[in-house]
Design a protein around this ligand. Structure first.
Ligand code: DX5
Ligand code: ZN
Length: 220
């Protein structure tokens, strides 16, 4: 089995020195950088805007995996694309026309992701799967780092892996929330190929990042 790609969520980084933190996880062997954008409306937390994404862009060449927990979202797509996002992931629950939103992301030349909350069924993807580059399964309710993994999502990951394989397209299956080395293994066994990890990457400080990432990949 291939090691999963690791996309550390910088929500758990030290916000007083985000540039350094991004350079440190890059050097520690992460694959992507997961940026959680929260608007205090769709989710009960307020985090990062396009200005911060733009400021971080010169600090790494690794793909920016931007997770928008914003409603309404359509007016923000261009700003995040311009700021340096490579993948833009949105929630169908956060707007009335997810298909249109996905088309808009692709028209900006970016990869489009769709994120499903814990209570949202895989079926939501039936008429979207052919149009997207990534599915993000939320294994916690969005809003905060450091929550516990919701195990029922493993069944959803398995179901989505089957849907993806049926398309024959190269679509990433990413899991976000409560991922640690133990749940990482379960996610990969269920069919995930990208894992977001905030607490499990940043715990212990910069000296631990490489070991933490290796453990998430199942290499340590
Ligand atoms: C939650 C965010 C996650 C979160 C992950 O809304 O989308 O990316 O920061 O944090 P951990 O890995 O600590 O659960
Ligand atoms: Zn996220």
């Amino acid at each position: 089995m291939n090691a999963p790609l690791i996309s550390p969520s910088i929500l758990s980084a030290d916000f007083a020195c985000l540039g350094e933190e991004v350079r440190a996880i890059d050097a520690a062997g992460c694959d992507w950088i997961h940026i959680d954008v929260m608007d205090g409306h769709y989710v009960p937390n307020l985090t990062i805007g396009p200005g911060v994404v733009k400021a971080l862009r010169p600090h790494t060449d690794k793909p920016f995996d931007v997770h928008l927990m914003v409603s309404p979202v359509d007016n923000w797509l261009e700003s995040f694309a311009d700021a340096g996002a490579d993948i833009i992931t949105v929630h169908p629950e956060a707007g009335p026309h997810i298909h249109r939103t996905v088309q808009a992301i692709r028209a900006l030349g970016k990869k489009a992701g769709v994120s499903l909350n814990p209570a949202t069924p895989a079926k939501m993807l039936d008429y979207l799967i052919e149009e997207i580059d990534l599915v993000l399964v939320m294994s916690v309710n969005p809003g905060f780092g450091g929550q516990s993994f919701i195990s029922s999502q493993l069944r959803k990951i398995e179901a989505i892996r089957k849907m993806i394989d049926k398309t024959g397209r190269d679509i990433h299956l990413e899991v976000d929330g409560g991922v640690d080395p133990a749940t990482a293994r379960q996610c990969v066994d269920a069919g995930a190929d990208v894992l977001v990890a905030g607490s499990a990457t940043f715990r212990g400080g910069p000296d631990r990042y490489a070991a933490n990432i290796a453990a998430l990949k199942g290499l340590a």
